[in-house]
Design a protein around this ligand. Structure first.
Ligand code: RNT
Ligand code: ZN
Length: 422
């Protein structure tokens, strides 16, 4: 897009929003403070680097597709993330899973990982001037094959996973310490059962006990934040998931932990955006896993849809941007993976920009005066205001391609880099 065209369109957009009492420059300044945590696992379909040909397995989640070009080494993953970030305005972080360590070709089981296995990542993050987040990996492992980890009745396996959980917190805290920005360590376990269980209580009691033990070691909040991610069902855990919404909500409120809201983890008509104002009254901070479920928790690429709009709107309306860690979570192996990141991150940014460009005060006044027609009308009018022109200008000032221009960059990267990986 021509620079003059972008500037011209922005001038016009600024005027249109100003007429409604919305300052686009202020909105863009606020947007620029939102750091999006990019999940590393879209680069390689949640494979990780424990073994040369590791693949996602046995965790109640599934990546489908076989588009060529996935990252097969740590340096390929870094190269891909650098490409992604070069096409995004604003700031990002990287969220790593424990299986993405640098194990130097040596068999390193989950109960023996240490901060040294991630020092290369921390050094890289320093060089990129980005922060890191972390996730213990409780799936794709023989000790998870029975469908249970921290909530399982097999005591040997449970002890193994508790040790993994403890080590991950040490790794995350060390990343946060070295990088000077707290590392969110997000805990999700696949534990659950395919068919109707009769003893849900013991599994949940075991999970509580395991978490108490994992969290018994204290770390400064400037280094580490612990977050807990619930789920409704998974593949092979259709009848019961131990770590349900109620379970973690209770645990987090009682133990001062964060809640991760993954919008693929609820009933399809439930709106995660609606949960934010309630949770903010009881927990200090939230983490988001922005995703797109299609019929089930299918982890499609995030797009600018109603669901993520409401999530962003509610965070902005609650004035809670400082209390929410924004992250992405999807893994679609059927399209260019670099493109998947850029689409999804831009969609998340658009959702926040859309929320920041809302004439919230006017809408609130209508609401309090019972002017329901006016409230709905203005909300509808906002949908066709020139949001894209404001976002294009944001891209321009961030020195990244605006609008459709990034498509050609990704095609070129596919030609030069990704296609040579096969
Ligand atoms: C699974 C959870 C979890 C995973 C990642 C890979 O349903 O959403 O966040 O997607 O840990
Ligand atoms: Zn998730």
């Amino acid at each position: 897009m021509k620079k003059e065209k972008v500037l011209q369109a922005y001038d016009d957009a600024r005027e249109q929003y100003a007429a409604l009492g919305v300052d686009t420059d202020t909105a863009l300044r606020k947007l620029d403070n939102i750091t999006i945590s990019l999940h590393c696992w879209q680069t390689d379909d949640v494979g990780g680097f424990e073994t040369p040909d590791a693949a996602l397995s046995g965790g109640g989640i599934q990546a489908t597709g076989n588009y060529p070009g996935k990252a097969r080494t740590i340096s390929q993953l870094k190269q891909d993330m650098e490409k992604v970030m070069s096409l995004l305005p604003g700031r990002q972080r990287l969220s790593l899973h424990a299986i993405y360590g640098d194990f130097g070709g040596r068999k390193t089981d989950r109960d023996s990982i240490t901060p040294e296995h991630f020092q290369g990542w921390t050094d890289w993050a320093k060089s990129q001037e980005i922060g890191l987040d972390f996730n213990p990996t409780f799936f794709s492992h023989p000790r998870a094959e029975e469908g249970f980890t921290l909530a399982g009745k097999n005591e040997k396996h449970r002890r193994f996973w508790i040790e993994h959980g403890k080590r991950c917190r040490r790794i995350a805290a060390e990343m946060g310490r070295q990088l000077g920005t707290p590392c969110v360590n997000n805990l999700w376990i696949p534990d659950g059962s395919k068919d109707i269980p009769v003893d849900r209580y013991t599994h949940r009691a075991l999970l509580k006990e395991s978490l108490d033990e994992i969290f018994s070691e204290e770390f400064p909040a400037e280094h580490l934040r612990d977050s807990l991610e619930s789920k409704l069902f998974g593949i092979g855990s259709e009848s019961m998931v131990v770590g349900s919404a109620e379970f973690y909500m209770g645990y987090a409120i009682k133990n001062n932990k964060l809640i991760t809201l993954d919008n693929g983890h609820y009933h399809p008509t439930e709106q995660v955006g609606d949960k934010i104002s309630s949770l903010l009254l009881y927990v200090d901070e939230l983490m988001l896993h922005m995703t797109r479920g299609v019929r089930w928790d299918s982890d499609h690429v995030v797009i600018f849809n109603d669901e993520i709009q409401l999530i962003a709107q509610e965070i902005v309306r609650c004035k809670a941007l400082e209390r929410v860690h924004v992250g992405l979570d999807y893994f679609d192996a059927s399209l260019n993976r670099i493109g998947a990141y850029v689409i999804g991150t831009r969609a998340a940014q658009l959702a926040f920009l859309y929320a920041l460009l809302e004439p919230t005060e006017t809408l609130r006044e209508y609401e309090e005066a019972g002017r329901n027609f006016e409230r709905l009308a203005l909300m509808e009018v906002m949908k066709t205001k020139p949001l894209g022109a404001v976002y294009d200008y944001y891209c321009l000032t961030g020195n990244v391609p605006a609008a459709e221009d990034y498509i050609a960059d990704i095609q070129q990267y596919e030609k030069d880099v990704l296609s040579k990986r096969i």
